[in-house]
Design a protein around this ligand. Structure first.
Ligand SMILES: O=C(O)[C@H](O)[C@@H](O)[C@H](O)[C@H](O)COP(=O)(O)O
Length: 223
């Protein structure tokens, strides 16, 4: 794992947007398309605000989420809604969106279709992850009902229910996350920095973020 510390979060978000753009450009120079997976939650919005205005061949970029809360897009808990509003806009409106949610009562109802549309995107070219103070990443939560399958199984996508998550989730599995060509984790604040340090000495079953740290660059700013 490599840790990059920044003087402040604003600078970190701008730098990360530039870094993701340059990785996308170099991937597009070698392949006909690039796949970019991004988290939802509260941290990455400013990265999206900057990245969406970047000049690149967005129509060859396939964008998806690392995980989704199983709520309709009209909900303000929807990560799809977040990236439609803040990433798939401006120049990036030309990107191809690969969904991680389809209307249905439960993630299990639409799992097969979602997996089919994900398959051609793998391995992911560029993966950006968030992390919770409980050391979850994507929606792979400690104590989740299908944690073992998400960490150690062959599935690409796993439905999840966890004490720390108010609604059912769907998440890329650790296998998909680990196979990404380039992995960045973005975190802010002292609590998450301490959680990261703890995770480095724990197993993925205790600290799911540990499953992806080996090849990741972690970007951190205090605030
Ligand atoms: O849907 C989600 O919640 C995310 O994709 C999740 O994995 C997120 O990255 C972490 O929970 C951190 O969330 P914050 O950035 O809100 O702290």
């Amino acid at each position: 794992m490599e840790l990059k510390e920044y003087p402040d979060a604003e600078m970190m978000m701008m730098d990360l947007a530039d870094l993701l753009a340059s990785e996308l450009r170099s991937c597009l120079a070698r392949h006909d398309h690039a796949s970019l997976a991004v988290p939802g939650g509260t941290t990455p919005g400013p990265i999206f605000d900057s990245l969406c205005a970047t000049r690149l061949d967005w129509d060859r970029v396939h964008v998806m989420l690392t995980d989704e809360r199983w709520v309709p897009e009209s909900s303000d808990r929807s990560n799809t809604r977040l990236i439609r509003q803040r990433l798939l806009t401006d120049r990036a409106a030309a990107a191809v969106y690969v969904p991680l949610y389809l209307p249905g009562d439960a993630p299990e109802d639409r799992l097969a279709e979602l997996e089919e549309s994900l398959k051609p995107e793998l391995p992911l070219s560029i993966l950006l992850l968030g992390m919770g103070a409980d050391m979850h990443t994507a929606s792979i939560f400690p104590g989740a009902d299908r944690l073992d399958e998400a960490l150690h199984g062959d599935a690409l996508l796993v439905p999840m229910r966890a004490p720390g998550a108010p609604e059912p989730r769907i998440t890329l599995s650790a296998k998909v996350l680990r196979d990404a060509m380039s992995t960045h984790v973005v975190i802010t604040g002292t609590e998450k920095r301490e959680a990261l340090e703890r995770a480095r000495h724990l197993t993925p079953d205790e600290a799911p973020i540990a499953a992806v740290l080996r090849n990741a660059i972690v970007h951190w700013a205090e605030s």
